[in-house]
Design a binder for this molecule. Sequence first.
Ligand code: HEM
Ligand SMILES: [Cu+2]
Length: 670
Amino acid sequence: MSADHHAAVADKTELHVEKSPLGLARPDPKVGIADWLTTVDHKKLGIMYGAAAVFFFLVGGVEALMIRTQLAIAGNDFVSAQLYNQLFTMHGTTMIFLGVMPLSAAFFNYLVPLQIGARDVAFPRLNAFSLWTFIAGAAVLNASWFFQFAHDVGWFGQDLALSDIAPAGGWFGYAPLTSDGYTGIGTDFWVLGLQILGVASLAAAFNFIVTILNMRAPGMTMMRLPVFTWMTLITSFLIIFAFPAITIALAELMFDRFFGTNFFRVEMGGQPILWQHLFWVFGHPEVYILVLPAMGIVSEILPTFSKRPLFGYAIVVFSGAVIGFLGFAVWSHHMFTTGLGKVATAAFSLLTMAIAVPTGVKIFNWIGTLWHGRIKFTVPMCFALGFIWMFMMGGFSGIMHSAAPADAQQQDSYFVIAHFHYVLLGGVLLGLLAGIYFWVPKIFGRQMNQKLGYWVAGLVVVGFNVAFFPMHYLGLTGMPRRTHTYLAGFGWEMWNMVSTIGAFLLGIGIAICFVNLVWTVFRGKKVEADLWDGRTLEWSLPTPVPSYNFAATPIVSARDCWWEHKHGKKKMKYMSDGGPDGVHMPSQSWFPLQCGIGFFWFGMSMAMMAAGVPFAGYSAILGLLILFVGIYLWALEGPGGYHIKTPLPDDPSPDSTSAPQQAAPANASH
Ligand code: HEM
Ligand SMILES: [Cu+2]
């Protein structure tokens, strides 16, 4: 890449360091691991989110393949019943909270500031805090596996008669299964891990809302925002409205388990149904928290490869908002069989059917975008088309169980497993894979192998359908979910075997994709900055994107402004900012990482306390101390910062149209 950018970075002038009253100064390591540990750059944080998410997708995938291996034949004993419970619980929890959510967060982080023409998010240190807190929560959750295996191989001797060290209560942890009489410390790991993950999600959501509302470049009005950024905004609002419900539920459960309260203990007059309401008031919006980012990704990819603007932009945005809003009004469709009463059942049934309308509207608009388009079947495009098709199938089975009588039969059967994997795997995961193939060249300047990409798409889509379509049939003929094995003679043998074969085909596809991704990041084929002839601002930047993002602030004059700039009449203008010293950059910080360590320490100590380890309670207090000292010093460490001289526009007047740092296709090789 451009030598001039690196030259520009060398041209760094230190600001007068503003030391805090305590004499703290913010660090600026520029190399090595210390740089990554203290970074506040949204691009690096995005890459770390992505790496963590990919890792946990693999973990969740291995768990899934173990489940499918166990179910391949009737009466199998590949895993024990207890381990099976742990596998599906950890698989579901991992895929949702450690796979899909952080991969979406990786895209939010990397792309949103670039798409709105900003230098970074509104609160860069808070952004780092979200990442490290997420890692802490993920580590606490998965530490349970470590202790489970250590126990199984006899590390703790025989006196410590613990069972269920890894969570086993299912991903929605229904009461009273989670009471301490029924499950072991696995549930404590689960409660603490999820609680910490919730903090990370909330902090990130506030950050992105403020960023999108306040940090847009001049001219980037709300109705010119790229759709992906819009979906990020809506998702962030869903997070801040939905997560408090599960936070309360988890806090109550924690009090039940640690301090003897009776929120959910039936024998003491507690209310297990309260858990179901609190969980699903969070849980249904959570489904849209998972889906909307993928819809945003697809809404960027379809126009790019149809060479047409998104059909009905305003309607796509509006229906996204309607989906988000209605998503809070349907939670009891997960509880039809609990005896809600006729009125409530009818109302939740109707509202659930209603939510199909804005979803259908989006699908029609995507098809409208393709209509008469000059479609190029690139790899990201194939994944995006796969998303539409598979997601629609998941939608159809969803409408089937929105009818309460039908749901009464389908509930807790493999039909439901088929349904939500069509939505989450066929839908969301294909959308995220589309995003990976689309933006990896932007992020790393290298492109994943396209031939292999088609193979991956084929294996994933075919494997997925072979694995999950038969589950509709299995479910309708009565095979219950979450059972560790089944007897021969119910007619389930053949389709379970088919399903397992499909799962392994899918696994091979994902494995190829993973190997190719890692190889590409370090060795892949170098490509030009705007290889797809992109439409939104991130494609106007050189690759890799310089630390300051935009050398000069773009003045946006249209929707799809980079496309308009290249091919239309509405050219962008640039205004230089930062004055003669250059652009002001924030210094880095150790304190977000310290807070993450505090959370990890706290979570682990609490779980140890539940296991009866002496003095673990004091250790938990120490963890909180690490956390609070981190937050306190963070507030005191002062603003810090330095200047970087960016390549200025040739004519630095406010209406200059030229901006030498922008990678127009003509000079893409610079
Ligand atoms: C290799 C791909 C995958 C395979 C083969 C697979 C397979 C399965 C199977 C067989 C179950 C049912 C276990 C049971 O009820 O006994 C299950 C449960 C589940 N899966 Fe997957 N899955 C895959 C990917 C995903 C993805 C990508 C997600 C989400 C993004 C996901 C989310 C879930 C959830 C939430 C559950 C419910 C867990 C519970 O009952 O508590 N899965 N999976
Ligand atoms: Cu729902």
